[in-house]
Design a binder for this molecule. Structure first.
Ligand code: C5P
Length: 371
């Protein structure tokens, strides 16, 4: 991995991993609470939330990509060469600014940009499925089940990247699947969340629907992640420019449910599908907090991929299981069952086992020069 810049002496690699763990836990809690705390008639649209996330993430990535552009090549520099004042080369100078915009445009719309369309579509599907899962599962159960993406990522790495897994890693994956299975035993029955606005307008959780959504989201997560890795490794290009491309290609699939809204409305009540005029209706501060946490997650994921790696990302997300479990108990009076504790512990151990380096010596005893 490339050498990491540091903040207050702490490598950005570790800052990004800890932030990702906290962000993952916060996202599952916020997403769950923002969905179940309002009755269905006042639920915000998940499709609008996904669209808002992509727009914001794309805009922030664009600003970062712009600020990271190297010096504008001479052919674009319209200022006379003898003008060597700071203003002459500053982005505040309109000529330099437009030259940089042109350069960034060329980078974003380079010939191979279409490659990002595949992970972009997959991530949009995944981000929509996440809302279905968080609406139908407890935050902690959602978080544990979502660890199955380690399994799908490994499967796609083997099939698409021809990666070889050691027997220990296969064993860890086997235990991971067992652990998630045990967690799912705890409840198959629909759960109704009490609401103050009338007995019929209540949020009902259907765990089997939630598990199906998580399973599908894990599938797209694995495929999109491996495909994104393939694009990053097999081509040059700044990570933030790639992120802008990802967001650009996400806009069309994210817009589809919005555009289809008027037709859907004729078929039946469809608070989940917005029309273009009330795109952000029912967006509570909790809904906006969910969107902002998603945006943060996308940006940190990019940093983690660059400065750490996917294995360390697995560690970060398993840490988030513990955080969301404790928070679920404290905030949502999550009922601790034996099957949850056993299943979550097996998932944690399996994630740790999977994260072990392939050589014989365990991670803790490796010399510092390896890190
Ligand atoms: O859990 P997983 O790693 O699959 O989630 C990836 C999340 O990060 C998705 O929500 C995706 O939209 C986002 N992402 C991103 N930019 C990347 C890679 C992922 O915004 N370069």
């Amino acid at each position: 991995t490339p050498s990491t810049p540091s903040l207050w002496g702490v490598p950005l690699k570790y800052i990004s991993l800890v932030t990702l763990a906290v962000q993952n836990a916060l996202l599952s809690l916020l997403m769950h609470y923002s969905r179940v705390s309002t009755p269905p008639s006042r639920a915000y649209s998940a499709a609008s939330a996904v669209l808002a996330t992509e727009l914001l993430k794309g805009f922030i990535s664009l600003l970062i990509a712009f600020s990271r552009l190297d010096n504008v090549p001479p052919q674009y520099t319209l200022v006379p060469t003898q003008a060597s004042s700071r203003y002459a080369t500053s982005a505040l100078n309109p000529r330099v600014f437009f030259a940089r915009c042109r350069r960034l445009g060329k980078e974003v719309f380079r010939a191979d940009c279409w490659k990002l369309s595949i992970p972009a579509i997959l991530y949009v599907i995944q981000n929509n499925l996440q809302f279905v899962a968080a609406s139908n599962l407890d935050a902690a159960t959602f978080q544990v089940s979502y660890q199955m993406k380690i399994l799908t990522t490994a499967a796609f790495s083997v099939f698409l990247l021809r990666k070889k897994l050691t027997p220990l890693k296969w064993l860890a994956l086997f235990f991971l699947a067992i652990g998630v299975g045990v967690v799912q035993i705890q409840s198959g029955a629909a759960k109704v969340t009490p609401s103050s606005s009338g007995s019929h307008d209540v949020h009902t959780m259907y765990p089997s629907k939630g598990f199906l959504a998580v399973a599908a989201a894990c599938f797209t997560s694995g495929l999109a992640g491996v495909y994104f890795e393939m694009v990053l490794k097999n081509s040059t290009g700044d990570l933030w420019v790639r992120n802008v491309q990802l967001s650009l290609f996400s806009l069309l699939p994210a817009l589809v449910p919005v555009v289809l809204a008027p037709r859907a409305a004729q078929v039946g009540p469809s608070h989940a599908v917005p029309s273009i005029t009330n795109l952000f209706a029912n967006f509570t501060p909790w809904a906006w907090a969910t969107v902002l946490t998603q945006v943060l997650g996308g940006l940190i994921t990019a940093l983690v991929i660059k400065y750490a790696d996917n294995i360390m990302k697995g560690f970060a997300t398993s840490l988030s299981i513990v955080i969301s479990f404790l928070a679920s108990v404290a905030l949502f009076h999550f009922r601790i069952t034996a099957s949850f504790v056993v299943g979550a512990s097996v998932v944690l151990c399996a994630t740790w086992l999977y994260s072990q380096p392939d050589n014989k010596r365990p991670l803790l005893f490796r010399s510092r020069r390896c890190s």
